[in-house]
Structure formats: C-alpha cells, structure tokens
Design a protein around this ligand. Structure first.
Ligand code: ADP
Length: 319
C-alpha cells in the first residue's frame, strides 16, 4: 500500500485544517500510512515530518490557519532544492504527496511529478484565483469576513454620510471584491479583470447622493488599484467626505465557514480516493457543482475567468 505525505504551502487559508483532517482520517480509515510535512516545501527539505494519527487532527476542523504551518520556499524553486525534496520523500518511503495550496504550490508539485513523485493538488487559497476550479478552500470564509467588515463600515458611513473605499485581498483576481461587493450592496466594484475609470465611479456616487443615498461603498480588489489613491481622487472629484480602509490580513484568518469546511472535507477525502485508484498527478477541483480531477499539467494551463454576469448584476443592482 502507498504511503501518503500531506503539506500546506503558499498563503494560508481557513479550511486548510479541515482538508488536512480529511486526508489523514480517510487515509487511516483505509489503512494507509500518512505523514504530515510541516512548513510546506521548506519543511520537506528540512525533514520536518511527523506521522499523523486520528488524534493529530482532532479538534481542528473549526480552526483557521494550518496546523502544519506553511511557507514560501525559494530553495524549492531550484532544481537542487527539488532533488533534495525527492530524496527526503524517498527516505521516508512517501510515494504520494498531497499539496494543499495555490497555483504556485501546484507548480512545485508538477516539478516533483517530473522527478518521479506522484502528486495530488488540493486548491487552498482565499483568493479564488485558480483557473481549474470554480472555488478554492478559504474563499467563502474570506468573503464572509470582508462582508462582515463592509457591513460595519456601512453603518458608520451612513451615520456620517460618507463615501468609503474598501480594499480587499485577491492578488490578481477580483472574486473576493465581486462576491463581497454584490453581497454587501456596494455602489461600485473595482476589479482587475474589468477596466474602470474614476470619472464613472464619481458620477455614480454623485447620482446616488442626489437621489438621497446616505452613503456609498466602493470595493477595490488589491490587484485593481491602490485604495489610498482612489480615496483621494474620489474625495477631490466629488467633494464628499471619503474614507479608505484596507481590510488586510483579517481576511486570511478566522474559523472556516460551513461551505469551506465541506469543500475541504470532500476534497481531502477525494484526494485519498484518487491515491487508492492510482489516479495521481492531478488536482481536485469543483466545476459546475461536480467534484472532478484534472491532470496537474492541464490544470496549470487553465486561465481563471471572472464571472462577468455577476459583475453586470452587481452594476444593475447598485444603480
Ligand atoms: P500559492 O501556492 O499560494 O500560489 P506561492 O506562489 O507563493 O503560493 O507558491 C508557494 C511555493 O511553491 C513557493 O514558495 C515555492 O516553494 C513553490 N513554487 C512556486 N512556483 C514554483 C515553481 N515554478 N517551481 C517550483 N516550485 C514553485
């Protein structure tokens, strides 16, 4: 029977623990030995590896972050680093490595597969920026956190009749902004995938003010612009008191939502099923509500597309 290793890599995301738990418990249920590798690819190179038991993952499904810790490892970007990683996996008798992370972590896994290690990727990142899956583990929680903050900002914004510019995370992907924006009733959503001009943002704010709106919320995705610059420009052009807030790292923390825990549990379970069925060198994805596997090489070629229909709906609903 194969021996499994599991690690989390890149930026942490709420729900990673639920995925680790699912991998470990499904393995043990199937009498497969499973090892936890700490600190992502760095810990692999440093042999920071421990056998996992049913109890190692007790009481973690509700916890944010990752009990295995994570890292960004420069040495792993080199051939020498990866060869060292392979040697360590061989030393521990680990045949299949399950990598929970984003596209960067998938690239590292693909390189390992080229060196003869079987790999499986599970999408874990709040950014929802992976082309091969509709949703990543942690995204739903990040949207909930951003939404909660937007609702609070809306209260004070409305008391003072202000405009608030709120920057959210997402790297080059506008999904957190789009989902938090539509759910939070934002007046304007600025995302990297759609060109915007500051004049139309200001016009919309002024139109709203004329017909009696008490406040305006503009959500800016981090990849689309700087909230400070936008705040200044809006204040200057509209002459309405404008404040800016960058939500920052709070979006990466917190207890995962129910949907994130379910996504993580199902994906972790499915990864081990793939090991049993000799379906490796693939990633686990959810597309059109179906859990599927995609060869890792193909997955990395897939471009993330923004849901323009949702963007248009958000525009219509915020006239
Ligand atoms: P994410 O997985 O969230 O996209 P990163 O892009 O930071 O996060 O990637 C995480 C880690 O994966 C990197 O620190 C590095 O160790 C490894 N990695 C990223 N890209 C490559 C690559 N092209 N080749 C080998 N390893 C990579």
């Amino acid at each position: 029977m194969k021996r499994i290793g599991v690690l989390t890599s890149g930026g942490d995301a709420p729900g990673m623990n639920a995925a680790i738990r699912a991998v470990v418990r499904t393995s043990i249920y199937n009498d497969i030995e499973v090892f936890g590798i700490k600190h992502g690819y760095s810990g692999l190179i440093d042999k920071d590896i421990l056998p996992m038991t049913v109890y190692s993952v007790a009481d973690i499904i509700q916890r944010g972050g990752t009990i295995l810790n994570t890292s960004r490892c420069k040495f792993f970007m080199t051939e020498a680093g990866r060869k060292q990683g392979v040697a360590v996996l061989k030393e521990f008798g680990i045949d299949v490595l399950i990598v929970i992370g984003g596209d960067g972590s998938y690239k590292g896994a693909l390189e390992l597969s080229r060196l003869g290690i079987e790999v499986i990727g599970i999408p874990g990142t709040i950014d929802n920026d992976i082309g091969s899956t509709d949703y990543t583990i942690g995204f739903d929680t990040a949207v909930s956190t951003a939404l909660d903050a937007v609702s609070k900002i809306r209260d004070t914004s409305s008391s003072h009749n202000r405009v608030n510019i709120v920057e959210v995370m997402g790297r080059n992907c506008g999904d957190i902004a789009l989902y938090a924006g539509i759910a939070g009733g934002a007046e304007y959503i600025i995302i990297p995938e759609v060109q915007y001009d500051i004049d139309s943002v200001c016009e919309k704010i002024l139109r709203g003010k004329e017909r009696g709106k008490l406040h305006s919320i503009v959500i800016v995705a981090e990849g689309a612009g700087d909230f400070k610059e936008i705040t200044e420009a809006v204040q200057q052009q509209t002459r309405v008191a404008t404040r800016g807030t960058n939500l920052g790292y709070i979006q990466r923390g917190g207890s995962p939502t129910g949907p994130d825990r379910i996504l993580a549990s199902r994906m972790g379970y499915m990864a081990v099923e793939c090991v049993k069925n000799n379906n490796t060198n693939c990633v686990i994805s959810i597309r059109n509500n179906q859990y599927i596997t995609i060869p890792i090489e193909d997955a990395l070629e897939m471009k993330k597309e923004i849901n323009l229909e949702l963007y248009n709906i958000a525009n219509i609903l915020s006239i």
